[in-house]
Design a protein around this ligand. Structure first.
Ligand SMILES: [Cu+2]
Length: 376
């Protein structure tokens, strides 16, 4: 249905100009304006006034998103602070950064860069997820603190195998300016459990401006995740996910390029739903996410001898975010329910930098920020 609406939407846009020019007058004694017999869908439809739920595998225009922010900017209310060809920073209702909760598989992957080259969405490949859920506004605290603007959740929601078998999804994209993407998502299993593997690679070259000058904007990124799930019945599952990724990006507007965007992540989730008593559901998860980012002025460009940084320089920053949450859903009849629980998160940020090619690797890490939060 969603897919049909999108295709219809695209066809309608092409046809809209002549149609609108020859509209007949509305019928005089009716409240319903029947002149518009086609629906123009240019963006994701809302499931409720404040919530969007979208399948990020659904084809979209102009091309599949290179990362999470690239996807979010097509949702009404979102915009993105551009940051070269990819790694845009999502903005919802004018708010961004720590005011926008960005979650993947119920875990938080906070970037390490003090210049915000790697916001949490930089590490997300939308097509390898099954659901994108956006809650606009600060109405919920179910997913932890820091959601003044809203909450964005990219979720892998692997359907239980009712009988032994496998499922797969793959995509290829080739575009102008060397844009090329590859994505594969394959799973195999039986009623008791499954294994799923997702991987993607996305890349684009520099573009040229109107005078034929090459503008630094090239990027490449890849992700690979393996998920194993135990599904003893339709309402119970225990899922373990481990993943890794890396990338690089050239920037026209910065003194350094992003030469490394390494990710390592691990999430363990348990869920028991539709228990049919007053206590209706239990969810628990723990995660550990690690970002290891390098920016330098020598691996993707040559240091500018007349610039502010004439010698090779590199800065390496990393951040480990660990945490978890536990939630229970209590239900009294169909009209009243209560979700209650606990969440916790700890962060350690470290840095090391040095002039000279790769000299930073010989320097010790210095922890420059540690913080944690807990909530009930
Ligand atoms: Cu950086």
């Amino acid at each position: 249905m969603k897919r049909n609406a999108l295709c219809l939407g695209l066809a309608s846009i092409l046809a809209s100009a002549p149609v609108f020019a020859t509209l007949p007058a509305p019928a005089p004694d009716t409240d319903v304006d029947t002149r518009f017999d086609t629906v123009v869908v240019t963006a994701a439809a809302q499931t409720s006034p404040l919530t969007f739920e979208i399948d990020p595998k659904t084809p979209r225009q102009p091309v599949p998103a290179s990362d999470g922010a690239d996807y979010l900017k097509t949702i009404p209310g979102f915009s993105a602070i551009r940051n070269g060809g990819t790694n845009g920073d999502p903005v919802l209702r004018g708010m961004f950064g720590s005011r926008l909760k960005l979650l993947t598989n119920d875990s938080e992957m906070l970037g390490a860069c003090p210049m915000r080259m790697d916001n949490p969405m930089s590490y997300v490949s939308p097509e390898t997820y099954d659901k994108l859920i956006v809650i606009k506004g600060p109405q919920t605290v179910i997913w932890g603190p820091g959601s003044s603007a809203g909450t964005v959740r990219f979720e892998r929601d692997t359907e239980r195998f009712e009988q032994a078998g496998w499922r797969g999804y793959a995509g290829l994209l080739a575009g102008s300016w060397g844009r090329n993407d590859q994505v594969v998502d394959a799973s195999g299993g039986a009623p008791e459990g499954y294994v799923r593997m997702t991987a993607n690679r996305s890349a684009q070259d520099d573009y040229e401006d109107g005078d034929g000058h090459r503008v630094p904007s090239r990027w490449m990124k890849w992700n690979a995740d393996v998920e194993a799930g135990w599904t003893p019945d339709t309402d119970t599952r225990l899922v373990a996910t481990i993943g890794a990724g890396d990338g690089e990006a050239r920037y026209a507007g910065r003194g350094m390029d992003g030469s490394q965007f390494k990710r390592q992540s691990g999430v363990l989730r348990f869920e028991k739903v539709r228990m049919g008593r007053v206590l209706d559901a239990i969810e628990a998860s723990v995660f550990s996410n690690y970002a290891d980012h390098v920016m330098d002025n020598y691996s993707l460009r040559d240091p500018d001898p007349n610039g502010a940084m004439p010698m090779p320089m590199a800065s390496n920053v990393d951040r480990r975010t660990t945490g978890g949450r536990f939630a229970t859903t209590w239900r009294w009849g169909d009209s009243f329910s209560l979700i209650t629980g606990l969440d916790q998160q700890s962060n350690t940020h470290r840095a090391r930098n040095a002039p000279g090619r790769d000299v930073y690797k010989t320097k010790p890490w210095i922890a420059d920020a540690r913080f944690s939060s807990a909530g009930a």
